[in-house]
Design a protein around this ligand. Structure first.
Ligand SMILES: C[C@H](CCC[C@H](C)C(=O)SCCNC(=O)CCNC(=O)[C@H](O)C(C)(C)COP(=O)(O)OP(=O)(O)OC[C@H]1O[C@@H](n2cnc3c(N)ncnc32)[C@H](O)[C@@H]1OP(=O)(O)O)[C@H]1CC[C@H]2[C@@H]3[C@H](O)C[C@@H]4C[C@H](O)CC[C@]4(C)[C@H]3C[C@H](O)[C@]12C
Length: 382
């Protein structure tokens, strides 16, 4: 796999850093998640392929253990508020001094500088600060955050993984590590580059929800079907729009022109009325195999079982019978081989990892009895 041999220390976080760690793990990196001690339940649902070490960083010995793990690794991924790692004596300066090849990835909301750097926040705040949230939502409604996809995952975890891979590539030439300042505000804004750079084309001149790609256009929207489900319509180009009209059984000559903004409300009413006449399955049969750019809006389970996704094996099932997307993209020679066994229990690999990183058995026993580290076993499933 592409990242085979790369060792990652991931400090346990909420959502973006776990996703970043899972991407690295899916593509072959060895990811050790450092959890707190005395945790009753793991919060990380993105733990595929990771190992867990439970370590109390509120003790100087715990800090020393983490330092030893970090300086023998390729990557440290930390998701804390600015200054937390420095306060522990584990800032990038200290660690890079001991391991100049280390890639030190800092995944935060607001980045390592600026007046918001130490402020708490979540996806919706970062999305708001990126400018993008102001563009998301239906006409005459308030801005609407699309789950926590854009800042946490696209602009956060994924962008940080890109930074790490770029730093690894650069290190293969220079032999040097570096610090990655991954701000979710900036990552989200960067994901939104098209919105910024296409403003001159007039694509976003109208109020929110009234533009071509923000559900303003009747040919780029969803419609309810007679069974209460929905179809997604993305028929932008004229040749595809013609196929949409044909599939809907409408007479093009009696409709207003596709790009007549003032006629969009009327056209939307017409499409809505027609879509409401048939079930989702009926519309799918009509549009399947055409270029009308009309697809069913699938719930997660149906997405998994849709013939196209089944044919490609787009989803996988793990040993816990949990279904999730397979890693993307698919590399022809060195594809990801995601781990299918169960997720780690917090502290499950403490002993084996410490042994591997050069701690002798007596030292491990001492750390255990002092409560600095914790070893836990998976409970048998009844
Ligand atoms: C799924 C839910 C998560 C939703 C994601 C949400 C929408 C997001 O947007 S995530 C993005 C959040 N932002 C960032 O990550 C930006 C960078 N980070 C930060 O800004 C901050 O870390 C922070 C704001 C996110 C949190 O601030 P906080 O003050 O808490 O922490 P920090 O200042 O960073 O400092 C960390 C301190 O911790 C110390 N530390 C660290 N490691 C250790 C260690 N090993 N040992 C000892 N101490 C340690 C460190 O030293 C710092 O200490 P100091 O402060 O003294 O310096 C989920 C959200 C809630 C979840 C549910 C909930 O938890 C209850 C259940 C729990 C159960 O286990 C599982 C089920 C739950 C229902 C759970 C379910 C989900 O996971 C949630 C709903």
């Amino acid at each position: 796999m592409a990242l085979a041999g790369v060792r990652v220390i991931e400090l346990a976080g909420l959502a973006p850093a776990p996703f970043c760690g899972m991407i690295l793990s899916d593509f072959g990196a060895r990811v050790i998640r450092v959890d707190r001690t005395k945790v009753t339940m793991a919060m990380d649902s993105l733990a595929r392929g990771k190992q867990s070490v439970a370590l109390n960083l509120k003790s100087p010995q715990g800090v020393a253990v983490l330092k030893k793990l970090c300086i023998q690794s390729d990557i440290v991924l930390e998701p804390y508020r600015k200054g937390v790692m420095e306060k522990l004596g584990l800032g990038p300066e200290e660690l890079l001094k001991e391991n100049p090849r280390l890639i030190y990835a800092r995944l935060t909301g607001y980045g390592q500088s600026g007046s918001y750097a130490k402020t708490a926040g979540h996806d919706i705040n970062y999305l708001a600060m990126s400018g993008l949230l102001s563009m998301l939502g239906r006409s005459s409604e308030k801005p609407y955050a699309p789950l926590n996809l854009v800042a946490d995952f696209a602009g956060g975890g994924l962008m940080c993984a890109l930074g790490i891979v770029l730093a690894l590539l650069e290190r293969s030439k220079s032999g040097q590590g570096q610090i990655i300042d991954a701000s979710m505000v900036e990552g989200a804004a960067y994901v939104g580059s098209f919105m910024w750079k296409s403003r001159s084309l007039g694509l976003w001149n109208r109020p929110r929800g009234e533009n071509m790609l923000d559900s303003g256009a009747p040919f780029y929207d969803t419609y309810q079907t007679s069974d209460g489900k929905h179809m997604a319509v993305g028929a932008i180009e004229p040749q595809f729009y013609d196929q949409l009209i044909q599939g809907l059984g409408l007479d093009a000559a009696s409709l207003p022109p596709q790009m007549s903004f003032s006629d969009w409300p009327e056209l939307r009413r017409t499409f809505a009325r027609v879509f409401a006449e048939k079930t989702q399955a009926e519309w799918s049969r009509i549009f399947d195999g055409t270029d009308a750019c009309v697809t069913p809006v699938l719930p997660l389970d149906e997405a998994r079982s849709h013939p196209h996704n089944r044919e490609r094996g787009s989803f996988l099932m793990d040993a816990q019978d949990e279904v999730s997307p397979r890693p993307a993209p698919v590399l022809s020679r060195t594809p990801a081989r995601p781990c299918l066994s169960r997720d780690p229990v917090v502290g499950e690999h403490t002993r084996s990892v410490l042994e591997e990183y050069g701690f002798d058995p007596a030292h491990i026993e001492q750390l255990l009895s002092a409560g600095v580290v914790e070893c836990n076993k998976a409970k048998a499933r009844l």
